[in-house]
Design a protein around this ligand. Structure first.
Ligand code: 5RP
Length: 228
């Protein structure tokens, strides 16, 4: 196993220790979240899970975890998920796995959110990782132009690029498209978040601000704990 994978696994294992029987648990998406799901299933606790993607739900079911729908369980006690970048105050970029909308819905419905990652995800300023934006397919080219205007308002002279995989546009679990924006540096994440949210056709964006309560980061020396 590579060092990075070992760090992801250590973070996932540490997060699984935060779960107690009787909890409703939100399960994130991505390669780090997979380690958490595996470690959680191995503990054989009596928990009810809410998945942030169909792929996570499929893995959890295969491992014997029990699932409920968001809104049909009582409040989620704890959500554990990965991130593409972890910046100051535990501000995050998420959505590299195209699950940002379901992730944000689950995070916002959770009493506590824990982000797990390898050490390379920690940054001083968000923005090196391209910011994912989930867009309704109808009229998406027009929406992309409006996103350009919103970015310009925030002094970001960059254009969004539709995410394509194997020659076809990437579709989210909700059937939407993803546009990625190579911002470089996001000096004012809150202003950018609100400018993007105001564009009709934008379903949501990958800036997760004031949502994470704790970060567990795998490092060479062990798992480092960070608070906002
Ligand atoms: C999916 C996400 C993931 O949490 C994020 O992309 C991190 O993934 P990984 O743990 O594979 O690096 O936001 O939409």
């Amino acid at each position: 196993m590579s060092d990075v994978e070992a760090q992801k696994r250590a973070a996932g294992d540490a997060a699984a220790q935060l779960v107690e029987s009787g909890m409703v648990v939100g399960l994130g998406t991505g390669s780090t979240a997979v380690w958490f799901v595996r470690a959680l299933a191995a503990r054989k606790l009596d928990v009810l899970c809410v998945a942030t993607s169909s792929s996570t739900q499929a893995l959890g079911e295969e491992l014997g975890l029990r699932f409920g729908e968001l809104g049909e369980t009582r409040e989620i006690d704890l959500t554990v998920d990965g991130a593409d970048e972890i910046g100051p105050g535990l501000s995050l970029i998420k959505g590299g796995g195209a699950a940002l909308l379901r992730e944000k819905l689950v995070w916002e419905a959770s009493r506590r959110c824990v982000v797990i990652a390898d050490a390379a995800k920690q940054v001083n300023t968000l923005g090196k990782y391209p910011l994912p934006i989930e867009v309704v397919a109808f009229g998406h080219k027009t929406t992309a132009l409006r996103i350009c205007d919103a970015l310009a308002e925030c002094d970001l002279g960059v254009a969004p690029r539709m995410r394509v995989k194997d020659g076809a546009p990437v579709r989210t679990d909700g059937g939407n498209l993803i546009y990625d924006v190579a911002c470089g540096r996001i000096e004012e994440p809150a202003a950018l978040a609100s400018a993007l949210k105001s564009v009709t056709g934008v379903v949501d964006h990958g800036l997760f601000l004031d949502l994470a309560d704790l970060a567990l980061i795998g490092a060479e020396t062990g798992v480092v704990t960070l608070e906002p």
